[in-house]
Design a protein around this ligand. Structure first.
Ligand SMILES: [Zn+2]
Length: 502
């Protein structure tokens, strides 16, 4: 039935060649964005003053309220839309120390949504045990008792000083997938679901087998960390990220027959009841078709080792700035433009999934969703996300920003951010291409701080988002829908028999 609906949408939509983009107004929007910008002041307040915005934390709520206030100050209506998030997690102190073959403190941070050491300091040997599949776990399960576990070999660190390129670097991604054995893995829905369930189950299996904790390779150069975690993948034993240098040191010692030992004490707090979170939604009501809308989106939440600037203070403050630019320009879009600052993105697109589900009944009235989430870099253009039929349209939409070098249109499908949540509903969804600007260093690391923001790039990005959103709001017709597909549930609970509690 769903596929029939989408076929009809394709069949009855006005051919795109007949829809010409009205570029009048672009000049005013670009002038407002480039010459009267407030993006840096807003970004500094968000990152330096409100700080990192871990979903579920008080800072996340403060950021929701502050951004709603900013939208209102710019003349928009704004509201917080709630959704069920999952359990809270609070980071406590963590200390991890190498105690053999020599003594040295390691820089270590708890992976999010993992337990601590239960008020104890846990000392044990470090073992390397490939735990990447049920088969390798079966072979190595006997090694983990009383040990801190490296679950895979150290990654070689990708050279980050290569040429400037967009953040969607397919070569690097392909190499990571190859190293994780996923490049050749079965991609059937059942196999993907089984792999996800295995990652949920694994820490429970390791705890039952007597492991002290697991270690994560920071995977970056010069002791930069990376951070992730989700209430959908709670770990009942500590999981701790350490630098690539230290991870590789431990792996080398083991390979050389030296038995390294660690002691660790970690104090995290994991909630036991699901809590609400909120997306901040600002709105400029359409003058002719208020029931139809263009969505500009970015996630307001962040990881908490830095202050969440390039991921994604920049994107969310550019969306706020695009709202200011359109409102202050005096232009009146024909369709409603909604500016949605999602939370829960870092835990698995939870806020945008909830938003798309809550608005599913009116998904056919969403003209398009445009997301910005690849760092501080200037927008270079658009990736078509499987919508080759919209190539000509995107070239028209970006023509007014050609002078800002934002007019590339390429066939690529980008992963990992909030536009994905809308695709199953047939909504055209896109994530702009951007210059890299060191995103591979700052992403999820302690160096994701305000000094990395590039002012000229953020002004440019706000101009591009405002111009494209305004033009889409004024197109004569709604865009043809993409193919609709079922929303795939994310496994969040361990398999029966494993959840015995910490
Ligand atoms: Zn992000």
């Amino acid at each position: 039935m769903k596929s029939l609906v989408s076929l009809l949408a394709f069949a009855t939509a006005v051919p795109l060649a007949a829809q010409s983009v009205d570029t009048a107004g672009a000049g005013r929007l670009i002038d407002q964005a480039m010459n009267r910008s407030e993006v840096m002041g807003n970004l500094q307040h968000l990152s330096d003053v409100l700080g990192p915005r871990l979903s579920g934390s008080p800072a996340m709520r403060r950021a929701n309220e502050w951004t709603a206030g900013r939208f209102k100050a710019y003349g928009l209506t704004a509201a917080l839309e709630p959704y069920q998030f999952g359990v809270k997690w609070e980071r406590g102190p963590a200390s991890l120390r190498l105690i053999a073959p020599f003594s040295r403190a390691l820089t270590a941070h708890s992976w999010a949504w993992t337990e601590g050491t239960g008020g104890k300091t846990l000392a044990g040997q470090v073992v390397l045990a490939d735990l990447s599949t049920p088969e390798s776990l079966a072979v190595n399960r006997g090694k983990v008792k009383g040990a801190w576990v490296l679950p895979r070999a150290a990654y070689p660190v990708w050279n980050p000083d290569g040429p400037e390129m967009t953040a969607d670097d397919s070569t690097r991604r392909a190499e990571q997938l190859r190293l994780r054995g996923l490049a050749t893995a079965d991609t059937s829905a059942a196999a993907v679901a089984a792999r996800r369930q295995f990652t949920v189950d694994l820490p429970y299996i390791l705890k039952a087998a007597g492991a002290l904790g697991t270690l994560v390779d920071g995977g970056k150069e010069h002791a930069l960390m990376t951070m992730s975690g989700s209430p959908n993948r709670v770990s009942p034993l500590p999981n701790v990220v350490i630098s690539n240098e230290d991870y590789a040191l431990l792996a080398r010692l083991i390979a050389a027959g030296v038995k390294p030992r660690l002691e660790g004490r970690i104090e995290n707090r994991l909630g036991n009841q699901p809590v609400q979170q909120w997306n901040t939604v600002g709105e400029i009501r359409g003058s002719e078709w208020p029931g139809q809308e263009v969505i500009l989106g970015a996630h307001l939440d962040s990881w908490d080792l830095g202050t969440g600037v390039t991921d994604n203070g920049t994107g969310s403050m550019v969306v706020l700035e695009a709202a200011r630019v359109i409102a202050r320009s005096g232009l009146k879009p024909k369709r409603t433009i909604r500016f949605v600052l999602f939370s829960g993105e870092e835990q698995g697109l939870l806020g945008s999934r909830a938003y798309a589900e809550a608005h599913a009944a009116t998904a056919d009235s969403i003209q398009a969703v445009l997301v910005l989430d690849n760092g501080t870099g200037a927008i270079t253009g658009q990736a078509l996300q499987g919508r080759k039929d919209l190539e000509g349209l995107w070239k028209q939409l970006l023509a007014p920003v050609a002078s800002l070098n934002a007019d590339s249109v390429r066939e690529a499908s980008k992963s990992g951010t909030d536009h994905l949540s809308f695709l199953p509903y047939g909504v055209p969804g896109f994530n702009f291409d951007q210059l890299r600007r060191g995103y591979n260093h700052t992403h999820h690391s302690q160096s994701d701080t305000y000094d990395k923001a590039v002012e000229g790039d953020l002004k440019q990005a706000a101009a591009v988002m405002a111009v494209t959103a305004y033009q889409l709001a004024n197109l004569p017709e709604l865009l043809p829908r993409g193919p609709k597909s079922p929303v795939v549930p994310v496994p969040s609970r361990p398999s029966p028999g494993l959840a015995v509690g910490p």
